[in-house]
Design a protein around this ligand. Structure first.
Ligand code: CA
Length: 221
């Protein structure tokens, strides 16, 4: 899962980004409204965390511009704790959730995870599919035989994305975009290595190779 974090307070931004990465997300950051608007249009994100008070272009305008162009990415806005008008205008401009500053990082993480669940049509906090159970907090997966397997950060991000999009053709470029961050430059051979590692850990039956198209995670067998 790849997130865009837009926050001009550098200290706050680097703290949030570190916590999000620790929780297994790939994170791109922007510290002004102009870069944010550009990145939101050019890159594919699973969710955006958007501060409203930004240099360059206010967060509300950025959000409204994205929505006007039909961008449906889930957006959580960061507002001043006492400003109910920010929250109302934010929701009207197309935000999916909001959080007042200052906030606890645990609440931000929980809200982002809830947004992602809703956007992928999941009701439960636990990701169980095809007999695999993914523990998102501990970044481990339990196989149908009861064995629990630890995953590296990249393996976890890749498997989570696949489990959230079962029985669909996932191109290598799409997987790469959701698993890596903007400043990394992976080639598709690297993705093949991670798929092979997941197969070694989980068994071969889950990830199907579709020649020339990419991969498919089999949610039902
Ligand atoms: Ca700000």
């Amino acid at each position: 899962m790849r997130l865009l974090l837009v926050e001009d307070d550098q200290e706050l931004a680097s703290g949030i980004a570190a916590d999000l990465r620790h929780a297994g997300f790939a994170v791109d950051t922007a510290d002004n409204g102009i870069d944010a608007e550009y990145l939101g249009r050019e890159e594919i994100y699973d969710a955006v965390i958007l501060d409203l008070g930004l240099p360059g272009r206010p967060g509300l305008e950025v959000l409204a511009a994205w929505r006007k162009d039909g961008l449906s990415v889930p957006v959580l806005i960061l507002t001043a704790r006492d400003s109910w008008t920010d929250r109302v205008y934010g929701l009207k401009a197309g935000a999916d959730d909001y959080l007042g500053k200052p906030f606890h990082i645990e609440e931000l993480l929980a809200r982002v995870q809830a947004l992602l669940r809703r956007s992928t049509g999941r009701a439960s906090a636990e990701l169980t599919i095809g007999g695999l159970r993914l523990d998102e907090e501990r970044q481990r997966v339990q196989r149908p035989d009861g064995v629990e397997v630890a995953l590296t950060g990249t393996e976890f991000r890749l498997l989570r994305y696949m489990m959230n999009h079962p029985d669909r053709v996932l191109s290598k470029s799409r997987l790469t975009e959701h698993v890596y961050e903007g400043d990394q430059d992976p080639d598709s051979n690297v993705l093949e290595v991670y798929v092979r590692r997941l197969r070694d850990k989980l068994g071969r039956e889950y990830i199907e190779t579709l020649r020339g198209q990419g991969y498919r995670f089999r949610g039902s067998s």
